[in-house]
Design a binder for this molecule. Sequence first.
Ligand code: ATP
Ligand code: MG
Length: 282
Amino acid sequence: MRDVATLLEALPYIREFHGQTVVIKYGGAAMEDPELREEFARDVVLLKYVGMNPIVVHGGGPDITRYMNKLNLPVEFVGGLRVSDKDTVEIAKMVLVGKVNKDIVLRLNRHGQAAVGLSGDDGRLFRASRQSAPDGQDIGFVGQIDRVDVDVLEHIAQDYIPVIASVGADREGNSYNINADDAAAAVARAMGAFKVVFLTDVAGWLRDKDDPASLISEAGADEVEEAITTMEGGMRPKLQACLDAIHGGVSAAYIIDGRVAHSLLLELFTDSGIGTKIRPAQ
Ligand SMILES: Nc1ncnc2c1ncn2[C@@H]1O[C@H](COP(=O)(O)OP(=O)(O)OP(=O)(O)O)[C@@H](O)[C@H]1O
Ligand SMILES: [Mg+2]
């Protein structure tokens, strides 16, 4: 009976979301655990089957760090952003585009929906420029996205699930490591997405980052703006990305627990939701 109830609960959402674009930032734990990787792929395929237009944007922080360690290269973060010299960008590009992206594409293919992998360079999807850390510090080839050209993405999304690796280049052809949260927000804005969902390795935005019970289940953009000034770590670029998406017309941004199987479906298709919902200021 509970299964039927769940289906009935999902029905109005499925109707409401039909034909809508949802951008999913895939990162953190859901990407590390083999079983969760399968569940994630199944969930995204299901979204496509029920008539939504899912677009996956991914990072790959842990994988990049692993390869950096193998090559004895230093790993450093400032304000949640990876300090990136030329070598770091080269490795990030190789790992994200060559390995992580293709892993996701293959898995979606296997679960019954053809996916197409892209980086910010393909079809001139992203034009990037150099970005400094929130405190003004130089962090090397870390890019911000200045322009998104969705032409190629719109074509692909009609029939396939686009999977985007968060790297891009400037006009001169210098490559940049782009935070995947920023990339997801930029894609969501440019595609007129209805929602953007960030999968991560915590329950959501926590009032106290060391206390999982301090989950903030809903917040307005104004509250986020206030809190963000004093924040550190990976949650800062994520909340900034939520704000960017909302200011760009996306109706809501969600930060959800990628460690929970099917968290994506639970957030989108149930009344209660499971993570943090960021909505426009009231
Ligand atoms: N207030 C907070 N609430 C929740 N997490 C926080 C907070 N402040 C800092 N964090 C940190 O942010 C991390 C999530 O960001 P992180 O960049 O590490 O992961 P991700 O963005 O999901 O993955 P990736 O960067 O690999 O794409 C959490 O694991 C936590 O350590
Ligand atoms: Mg991150």
